[in-house]
Design a protein around this ligand. Structure first.
Ligand SMILES: [Zn+2]
Length: 448
């Protein structure tokens, strides 16, 4: 029985089962749907709750009319929605009772004095987490201000951050640092953040890298402080700690994760090999020709080919490589360095773990004795880190690669957000995007 009052045909005293189904909220009815003339939809809802007993004295209360709570809700059919929640209010009839007025509360609809409805907040959080959304874009879709959306999201994320359950079951821990801004640290805070990443494998042996935490500052000190702040249960659970060859992290691991195996990251070790090769190339270039690399110099011409994996070289590149070495490398120093860097890389690519380990052991033994100073230095570094270097093969290929993937994600989202000015917001947003929070509402399907 609808009494038509506007183009939507629903008046304030009627219920509509179709609208209720669209809203899909148990115990609530849509009592009015209206356009506001600017493209927004106004949806008014009310619960079918009956008078509760007074929380102060237990006496039955009397209805005392409604109080409107206006909320920003999820867009409906592409239009921004203002949800008008007509909250019941009740009055206690007992004269001596200190409770006067009771206002209906329901966290499923909204927090007291909330600006966004509860499901609009989760919707926005999922948009940020999975859909590469920006707060500015969400504000446009919700038909509200940036600050309104941001305040709501931050409130949600602060709550999620307090939940320690994300630290449970972490067996493989990665660490890395990144630069988050290039501004004056006195104005914007520290330039670097250190990220801790969960690299634990699932039962199929796959790693789903998950950002666990992000702390301002860099190096071993930030890592140490973070580890210190965690309970012994967490520390005891960490069996493997992946790291790039940086002393500070190693000290933090030795001091606080003494039960964990430290593993040097394959990517960084391979990079060290190619860095040594590049140093040899520059030195030989300079000794043979007396100047830094120029366009027509044989070694300069092959600087890129030298760092390309053998299996990816085309026939033409092979030719250029051989020619360049023939003309620019009289004492075969570059050739030997090239072979060493290649072997360092090959050991990681060996499909057989034991064979790879043997290759690696051989490199630790022979590289320090190499007459080429840059390669000998690389060999000494490997020898110094022998346990951590070999641990790659003895821990079934632990890599810090997931950490790099998280760093790429962070970089992408920094661009989407066009930068952050507040380190606190930055940290929480990156934790959301990096998968730190595992609340069921952050996954699809949503509602209820
Ligand atoms: Zn009472």
């Amino acid at each position: 029985m609808f009494h038509s009052t506007d183009s939507y045909g629903v008046t304030a005293d009627s219920e509509c089962s179709r609208c209720d189904r669209l809203l899909d909220l148990n115990g609530y009815h849509v009592i009015r749907v209206e356009g506001d003339g600017s493209g927004h939809l106004i949806v008014e809802i009310e619960s079918s709750r009956s008078s509760p007993g007074c929380p102060g004295c237990g006496v039955v209360t009397l209805s005392h009319g409604r109080r409107e709570h206006r909320l920003v809700d999820c867009p409906c059919f592409g239009r921004p929605v203002e949800l008008v929640w007509r909250k019941h209010t009740w009055k206690c009839m007992e004269d001596t009772c200190p409770v006067r007025l009771i206002t209906e509360q329901d966290d499923n609809i909204a927090q007291p004095r909330g600006l966004l409805s509860t499901w609009a907040m989760w919707w926005a959080a999922r948009q940020l987490r999975w859909e590469n959304a920006s707060v500015a874009g969400l504000a446009r879709q919700l038909g509200t201000a940036w600050a309104t959306v941001n305040t709501a999201i931050m409130g949600l994320l602060v709550g999620l951050d307090r939940d320690p359950s994300r630290f449970a079951g972490v067996e493989v821990l990665g660490v890395d640092e990144h630069l988050w801004h290039h501004m004056n640290p006195a104005r914007r805070g520290p330039r670097e953040f250190t990220g801790m990443v969960d690299l634990t494998r699932d039962k199929n042996g796959r790693t789903h890298a998950r950002l666990l935490d992000l702390v301002p500052g860099r190096s071993g000190k930030a890592y140490s402080t973070w580890l210190q702040a965690h309970d012994p249960e967490f520390i005891k659970g960490v069996k493997i700690a992946a790291l790039d060859p940086f002393r500070g992290y190693k000290n933090a691991i030795d001091d606080h994760l003494d039960d964990a195996r430290a593993v040097l990251d394959a990517f960084h070790v391979t990079k060290l090999g190619y860095q040594a090769l590049d140093q040899v190339r520059c030195r030989v270039q300079h000794t043979t020709l007396g100047h830094r690399g120029r366009k027509k110099d044989p070694l300069y011409k092959i600087r890129r080919v030298l760092v390309t994996g053998i299996e990816r070289l085309s026939e033409r590149q092979w030719e250029r490589l051989i020619q360049g070495l023939e003309h620019g490398d009289p004492d075969s120093e570059v050739t030997i360095a090239w072979q060493c860097a290649g072997q360092l890389r090959d050991a990681y690519h060996n499909k057989n773990l034991n064979a790879g380990l043997r290759q690696a052991l051989r490199l630790v033994r022979i590289l320090p004795t190499c007459p080429i100073p840059e390669i000998a230095r690389l060999g000494r570094t490997l020898k110094q880190w022998k346990q951590e270097y070999l641990a790659y093969w003895t821990t079934n290929r632990t890599t810090n690669g997931g950490t790099e993937a998280i760093n790429n994600l962070i970089e992408l989202h920094r661009r989407i957000a066009r930068g952050f000015t507040n380190p606190h917001h930055y940290r929480l947003r990156m934790l959301l995007i990096g998968g730190a929070f595992n609340h069921p509402q952050l996954n699809y399907p949503h509602r209820k």
